[in-house]
Design a protein around this ligand. Sequence first.
Ligand SMILES: *Cc1c(COP(=O)(O)O)cnc(C)c1O
Length: 217
Amino acid sequence: MYIKKQISFIEKQIGNEVCLVAVSKTKSESEIMEAYNCGQRVFGENKVQELVSKQNNLPKDINWHMIGHLQRNKVKYIAPFIDLIHAVDNIKLLKEINKQAKKNNRKIDCLIQIKISNEESKFGMEYKEALELISNVNTSGFENINLTGFMGMASNTNNQDILKHEFSLLNNFFKEVKQTNKNLKKISMGMSNDYLLAIQCGSNMIRVGSNIFGSRN
Ligand SMILES: *Cc1c(COP(=O)(O)O)cnc(C)c1O
């Protein structure tokens, strides 16, 4: 019941324009099914092995998102089914995704992860590097990739000013770059502790785990 209550609460808060990615990492298949049974279809995972095994066992109309750092040698395992890869942060990875997508005769949607926080541990590209990657994609035949937007992880802080600053910078970048790149439609930012602020700052895709499923061990 907890999961159902949380999902309907969050859905009322965010409305129809924002996509809710239910982050189910470390959570059991029965917990995922509880969310599924109240209509949730988009789930995010951050480990390839866990993602593959859940995809294998659970209903086929689930849209699986890879939200974590992705190693090149693991792309092949998720390429047959993945709906969106959130955290592309280098061209070699994008080349591999393109290659594996081609093998599976499909196009894979990807977001570029931008480093919006100054924290050492966060992955992602600088704004300038991201622009280079986009122009590369536009000119060098990544036929099996759809670059559809950006993802950012804000600092691990409760300081609203810092969070707002980081989200707003990414949103400004998004708004500017999408004027000349019509495929860019998604901006994935906001997690359990900061999704309302992220939406105020322009997010249209939030990744919420503990607020739906309870805290992780
Ligand atoms: C775990 C994770 C989330 C969800 O975090 P919560 O604080 O539990 O909502 C969102 N995005 C990424 C990239 C994650 O790894």
